[in-house]
Design a protein around this ligand. Structure first.
Ligand code: PAF
Length: 282
């Protein structure tokens, strides 16, 4: 496995790959790789000649009150995991190179970034969009692979690609779940036993709403109530939001028809979790 840390070397290496006529698949991550990340690498390997995975814990997407300092860091273990995917290129830029102190340009995908998680995490998606733009400019991928669990992030990056005229195809990959429905996430490593037991409440809430829609419930306010109530069944879960949205605009739906994004965010102990599911209502 080839590991590159220098921005210049990464750009030059990417150019060489392209000059050979090979396609580049890119998997951006913040490390602490789990099954969800591995499914993105699998998808990239199937579609592209060369796969580049980045590991960079992006300070721009954490607010002051958030968990940047204690965000899990496991580079040694991650490198071990990646061995089974060789050949693969691991890009691990340093913070001082990628975000020098005097850098002030930002990328903001307006509108979409203010909804759902954007309300309780102001600036988060600007941080994501800025770092992703920088990584795109350095790597120049043909394809980027993103998880559907972070549904909002994924559609924001799709919009960024379109609006900034990147010639990149965005592939979203289905959410992978643990045995009890909890979506794989690096933050799952924070849980104690009690919290881990409580965490699947998010997925169960999505399933409860899906069930209700399938049973004919067509009132968004009633569905909203059903979801909020369901999160409340878990005493240690603190709800941030539940939503029934248009999956392309993230606006609240007024009628339950066609594709609907069911979204939930809640704190389990000190850990904030999100989950999403798109359902189809006839
Ligand atoms: O999903 C993540 O891990 C991050 O938000 C990303 C896309 C790597 C940007 O830092």
């Amino acid at each position: 496995m080839k590991q590159i840390t220098s921005l210049k070397e990464m750009s030059q290496h990417s150019r060489k790959i392209k000059d050979r006529g090979q396609s580049i698949g890119f998997v951006p991550t913040m490390g602490t790789l789990h099954e969800g990340h591995l499914s993105l690498i699998d998808a990239a390997k199937k579609k592209c000649d060369v796969v580049i995975i980045s590991i960079f814990i992006n300070p721009l997407q954490f607010s002051q009150s958030e968990d940047l300092k204690k965000y899990p860091r496991n580079l040694k273990k991650d490198k071990n995991t990646l061995k089974s995917f060789d050949p693969i290129i691991l890009f691990t830029p340093s913070e001082k190179d990628l975000l020098p102190h005097n850098s002030s340009a930002v990328v903001d995908v307006e509108g979409l970034s203010k909804k759902l998680c954007g309300k309780s995490r102001p600036g988060h998606f600007r941080g994501v969009a800025t770092i992703i733009t920088k990584l795109f400019n350095i790597i120049r991928p043909d394809h980027v692979f993103l998880g559907e669990k972070d549904f909002q992030q994924q559609i924001i990056i799709k919009k960024l690609v379109k609006d900034l005229n990147y010639n990149i195809e965005v592939t979203s990959v289905k959410t992978l779940r643990e045995y009890d429905g909890l979506a794989f996430s690096s933050r799952n490593t924070y849980f104690n036993e009690r919290e881990r037991k409580a965490a699947p409440i998010l997925y169960k809430t999505l399933l409860r709403a899906k069930e209700a829609i399938e049973a004919g419930e067509r009132d968004p306010r009633r569905l909203h109530y059903i979801m909020a109530q369901h999160v409340g069944r878990e005493p240690i879960a603190k709800i941030d939001y539940v939503g029934l949205c248009d999956p392309s605009t993230l606006d609240d739906v007024k009628t339950i028809k066609g594709d609907i994004l069911l979204a939930v965010a809640a704190h389990i102990g000190h850990t904030r979790l999100i989950d999403n599911m798109v359902v189809h209502a006839k």
